[in-house]
Design a protein. Structure first.
Length: 130
């Protein structure tokens, strides 16, 4: 059973400002590429790819060192998506209940807040319990 979530809708301008802030937290010289996690992480990854002038990847290379690839997602909620990744991670939103803390994030939000991004449907239902 899904308990009550508080939905918070963020507009495109707010997200744009947050991604620019996230960009300022990331040492550009440390990374050679950005990897976007599909689906939600692709839009912030594209922004960061342009802002940091780094190539955008859609999967990790099979060979070679990947510690200089920054993994980007829109938020870390439970942490299951990025758990086990050895790479640094960057997200816009971080929930403290996550089993993994991202390397870079802009805003910590309450565990019971359901973030609705401008590229999502407002009526989308949470796909996990609190």
């Amino acid at each position: 059973m899904i308990e009550q979530w508080g939905k918070k809708l963020y507009g495109a301008e707010e997200i744009d400002t947050m991604i620019k802030h996230l960009c300022c937290l990331i040492p550009r010289e440390k990374y050679r590429a950005i990897l976007g996690i599909a689906r939600g992480g692709l839009i912030p990854a594209i922004y960061l790819s342009h802002l940091l002038d780094l190539p955008l990847l859609f999967q990790l290379p099979e060979k070679g060192d990947t510690n200089d690839i920054l993994v980007v997602d829109d938020l870390v909620d439970t942490g299951k998506t990025i758990k086990g990744l050895l790479q640094d991670t960057a997200v816009i939103f971080y929930k403290p209940r996550s089993i993994v803390k991202p390397t870079f994030y802009v805003t910590e939000v309450p565990n019971d807040e359901w973030i609705v991004f401008p590229w999502e449907h407002l009526d989308e239902m949470p796909n996990r319990d609190l």
